[in-house]
Design a protein around this ligand. Structure first.
Ligand code: BG6
Ligand code: MG
Length: 213
């Protein structure tokens, strides 16, 4: 095993919550009469809740106070959390679970590095509530990806140096965060196209190959 710790982004890597984020933001955007589609939704990957709303508001021509923004982002989160109740351990693929188990058996510590404030709730829904050695998420950071803070905190939580950590990401902002933190990174899904990663994964289980010493 080449790494002492592997830090996983959650949304888009361990599980797929895109459709729920989309539905919840769409409900808020519709209420405000703002155009919103899946292409705009893709720009929200890895970005914090409030920064996501600011991207949606690029198409809103009236001023909005901070208090109003809080009301709408809270409303979005309530809808999103309701939708997350649809998730269950059946949403964790065998490939992801077997790969995680294999990486742990090979000696790596496993951590989460997610911008989401719902990370623990999602992990519980997936049956992974107690699985990871550490969780760094939207609740313990001040700066969202591409700032490295979430991954730096994760490496501190597991007590490993950045150079001994590998980050797994599906968003360009997340790859930039890993690189900024001095960590190697593996890209999956849309993040592959950025060409920024140390490794490009075709499928999640490729992690077992690329981390072999
Ligand atoms: C990231 C998602 O994991 O979490 C983003 O990729 C999302 O799309 C962000 O905006 C914040 O999530 P939450 O659950 O705190 O609203
Ligand atoms: Mg992601």
């Amino acid at each position: 095993m080449k790494y002492k710790a592997i830090i996983f982004d959650l949304d888009g890597v361990i599980c797929h919550t895109d459709k729920y984020h989309y539905q919840a933001w769409k409900a808020v955007a519709d209420k405000l009469g703002i155009y919103f589609d899946e292409v705009i939704n893709n720009r929200l990957r890895g970005v914090s809740r409030m920064e996501s709303f600011e991207i949606i508001l690029e198409r809103y021509d009236k001023p909005m106070s901070q208090e109003e923004k809080e009301v709408y982002t809270t409303e979005k989160n309530e809808i999103y959390k309701e939708l997350l109740n649809n998730m269950s351990p059946a949403d964790l693929s065998d490939e992801v679970k077997e790969t995680l188990d294999g990486l742990r058996a090979a000696g790596a510590k496993l951590a989460i590095g997610s911008s989401s404030k719902n990370a623990k709730f999602i992990l519980e829904r997936l049956g992974l509530g107690d699985y990871f050695d550490a969780i760094s998420d939207g609740n313990n950071i001040t700066n969202s990806k591409p700032d490295p803070e979430v991954f730096v905190k994760a490496s501190q939580f597991v007590g490993e140096d950045a150079k001994d950590c590998l980050v797994v990401e599906d968003a360009k902002a997340g790859l930039l965060a890993a690189i900024g933190g001095g960590m190697d990174c593996a890209a999956i899904g849309d993040a592959v196209a950025s060409g920024l990663a140390t490794y490009n994964l075709t499928t999640f289980s490729d992690l077992l190959k690329v981390t072999e010493a």
